[in-house]
Design a protein around this ligand. Structure first.
Ligand SMILES: Nc1ncnc2c1ncn2[C@@H]1O[C@H](COP(=O)(O)OP(=O)(O)OP(=O)(O)O)[C@@H](O)[C@H]1O
Length: 248
C-alpha cells in the first residue's frame, strides 16, 4: 500500500486550473522528487498534500486513510513533517534551544539531551550547539530546519527546495543526510530544482507541467525524455546536469 496517494486531485484559483487531475503515489521508503518548470504547480501540490490548501476535488490518502478534510496539524500528528524553504528557526535562540523547543514535549528529560546530541552530530552542527541560530551560515540554517522537521521521526518528510542557495558541497551533504534518514525508514517527497540533488537522492521523479503529471520515472528516464527537455525551453533544463557533471 502506498504511504501517500493523491487521487484525481484538482485545485482551481478562480478561473486558474493550477492542479489538474493529479494522481501521485509514494511507496513507503521511497525518495520521490517533484520537478517542473516555473509555475508548473509544484508548490500548490505540496500545499494540498500538507493541508494548507483544500483541493477543489479529489482525494488524498495517508497510510491508506482519507485525510482530504484533515487540517495540517492533524496530518502532522499522523506522521507528516515539512521543511519549508524559508527557515522557521528562532534566530535569537541557540541551535540547541531550537532543537529543545521542537523535541522537549516528546522526549523524557533524561533522554532529551542525548537525543539532541545525536541529532546535532547528524546535522554536522555539533560544534555550533551554543551558537545563536541567526549566526549560522545559510546551509547550516537549512540543516537545523531539517533537524527540527525530523526530530520527531515522521513517516513522511516533505521538503520544499531543500538545497536552494546552497553550494555544491552543501547540496551534496544535504543529499547524504536525506539518504541516511531514508535508510532509517523515512519516506521523502522533495520539490527541487537542483538536478544534482535529484540525481543523488531520487528513486522516482515526477515532472509537473501546467498542473498535470507530465512524466514519471527514474532520473535517467526523465533526462532522456525529449518531451521533458522541450517544456524546459528557455529555463534551466534537467538535462543540463549530465550524470558525469552532476557532482563535479
Ligand atoms: N493562492 C493563489 N492564488 C492564485 N493563483 C495562485 C495561487 N497560488 C499559486 N497560484 C498560481 O498557480 C500557478 C502555479 O503556481 P505554483 O507556485 O504552484 O508553481 P510552482 O511549480 O511551484 O512554481 P515555481 O517553481 O516558480 O515555484 C501559478 O500560475 C501561480 O500564479
Amino acid at each position: 500500500m502506498a504511504l501517500l496517494e493523491a487521487r484525481a486531485l484538482n485545485k482551481h484559483f478562480g478561473g486558474l486550473h493550477v492542479t489538474n487531475n493529479v494522481d501521485l503515489a509514494l511507496e513507503p521508503g521511497e525518495i520521490h522528487c517533484l520537478i517542473g518548470p516555473n509555475g508548473a504547480g509544484k508548490s500548490t501540490l505540496f500545499r494540498l498534500i500538507l493541508g494548507e490548501h483544500q483541493p477543489s476535488s479529489g482525494q488524498i490518502l495517508f497510510g491508506g486513510e482519507d485525510i482530504t478534510a484533515l487540517k495540517s496539524y492533524k496530518r502532522i500528528r499522523r506522521g507528516m513533517s515539512v521543511k519549508f524553504q524559508v527557515p522557521g528557526i528562532f534566530k535569537a535562540l541557540s541551535v540547541r534551544q531550537n532543537l529543545e523547543i521542537a523535541m522537549q514535549q516528546h522526549y523524557p528529560p533524561a533522554a532529551l539531551h542525548a537525543e539532541i546530541d545525536r541529532l546535532l552530530d547528524f546535522l554536522k552542527l555539533e560544534g555550533e550547539a551554543k551558537q545563536l541560530a541567526g549566526n549560522l551560515s545559510h546551509g547550516q540554517k537549512q540543516w537545523l530546519e531539517i533537524g527540527m522537521a525530523v526530530s520527531l521521526k515522521p513517516r513522511l518528510l516533505l521538503l520544499d527546495e531543500p538545497t536552494a542557495g546552497m553550494s555544491p558541497d552543501e547540496t551534496r551533504a544535504t543529499g547524504d543526510m536525506i539518504q541516511r534518514l531514508n535508510a532509517d525508514g523515512m519516506t521523502v517527497l522533495a520539490v527541487e530544482h537542483d538536478m544534482a540533488f535529484v540525481r543523488q537522492v531520487a528513486h522516482k521523479v515526477t515532472v509537473l507541467h501546467l498542473g498535470q503529471v507530465f512524466a514519471q520515472g527514474t532520473i535517467d528516464e526523465i533526462v532522456a525524455d525529449e518531451r521533458v527537455a522541450a517544456i524546459y525551453l528557455g529555463q534551466s533544463t534537467p538535462s543540463t546536469d549530465a550524470p558525469e557533471a552532476a557532482h563535479a
